[in-house]
Design a binder for this molecule. Structure first.
Ligand code: SAM
Ligand code: SF4
Length: 314
């Protein structure tokens, strides 16, 4: 469906849970979240109906996210149900990867086409500090498993945090070139009422490029600008919602785990889809698409975004 600013909205991001097995300090409160009343979180049939309504309006690409989508009970069954919906062309997954090991075959069989893996540090100590956890991720094993199952291109997403992981950019570039995969650096966004100093940890693409002159601009693709090191096959992407917003390319709508459509990640506007029949659901999706703003106002400090990212879906 075309929105009022002539953008073709064909992509739905579905958050399937607010819960997570990590506590990344910029995303989630350290104490975790209150156990949601069962009724607050959309059931499988609600999500399936919502996806059918979206497909009815021409949204055909679905991404499952969260919280951590793989902690939702019955997630593989839900993926199968979504992939059986006529008109769904692709289902992808954004995950922290902790529950991925030895599960890629099952994930692919359920219907997932591609995986974006969130990984902010290659150093175990830094990973633990960022994620407020005591675990580490065997990312080499996961990347190899994804390659073995032909789930390409693999995209690793790292939120760059000044003073914390910005000195690992070279290591991430090497990782991208070792496996010929994409590593995308995401700018930190001031979202939710979390206790971190945004200005201290924000770092821009310009600062990174200055430190890594080997990176050569290759192409702009949708929301990311891609760079490569000449002679190498890895792709280094920059996603810069803050310093260079890509709202004119925005083709997405978001559905939160508690049943709200968000026309824009970066505004507080949301529309409930709970307890609607199918026709009402389609109308509500239409309304949400009509309400997509021309561009976000994240840089406007007077308008903070209330929901933290684990409650939106990234
Ligand atoms: N748990 C899954 C994961 O980490 O991939 C899916 C949900 S997570 C909210 C999706 C993405 O949002 C992650 O890549 C995460 O790093 C990113 N994210 C969360 N809070 C953010 C923030 N304040 N600024 C930029 N990216 C953020
Ligand atoms: Fe969990 Fe993903 Fe948020 Fe980290 S970024 S706390 S892994 S939802």
């Amino acid at each position: 469906m075309i929105d009022p600013f002539k953008r073709n909205i064909d992509y739905l991001r579905v958050s399937v849970t607010e819960r997570c097995n990590l506590r990344c300090f910029y995303c989630m409160p350290e104490e975790g979240i209150k156990k949601k009343e069962h009724n607050d979180i959309l059931r499988d049939e609600d999500i399936v109906n919502a996806v059918k309504a979206a497909v009815n309006l021409g949204l055909k690409k679905i991404r499952l996210t969260g919280g951590e989508p793989l902690v939702r009970r019955g997630i593989y069954e839900l993926i199968k149900k979504i992939s059986n919906i006529d008109g769904v062309e692709e289902i992808d997954l954004t995950t922290n990867g902790l529950l991925l090991k030895n599960q890629i075959k099952r994930l692919k069989a359920a219907g997932i086409k591609r995986v974006n893996l969130s990984l902010d540090s290659l150093k175990p100590d830094v990973y633990k500090a960022i994620t407020h956890s005591n675990v580490s991720l065997d990312y080499h094993a996961i990347i190899k498993e994804l390659i073995a199952h032909d789930m390409l291109p693999i995209k690793i997403n790292a939120v760059l945090l000044n003073g914390i992981n910005d000195n690992e950019v070279g290591d991430f570039i090497e990782l991208a070139n070792t496996y010929d995969i994409h590593v995308r650096f995401i700018e930190l966004m001031p979202i939710g009422h979390l206790n971190f100093n945004y200005n201290t940890h924000f770092i821009s693409k310009a600062a990174i490029l200055e430190r890594h002159p080997a990176l050569q601009f290759e192409q702009k693709h949708k929301i990311a600008e891609y760079y490569t090191v000449p002679g190498k096959n890895g792709k280094i992407g920059f996603i810069n919602p803050m310093s260079n917003h890509f709202c004119n390319q925005c083709n997405r709508l978001r559905l939160t785990a508690d049943g709200h459509l968000k026309p824009c990640l970066h505004t507080n506007e949301e529309i409930s889809i709970k307890h609607l029949d199918f026709n009402e659901m389609v109308k509500t999706f239409e309304k949400a698409i009509h309400k997509k703003p021309e561009k976000h106002r994240l840089n406007d400090k007077q308008r903070p975004i209330h929901r933290s990212m684990h409650k939106i879906g990234g």
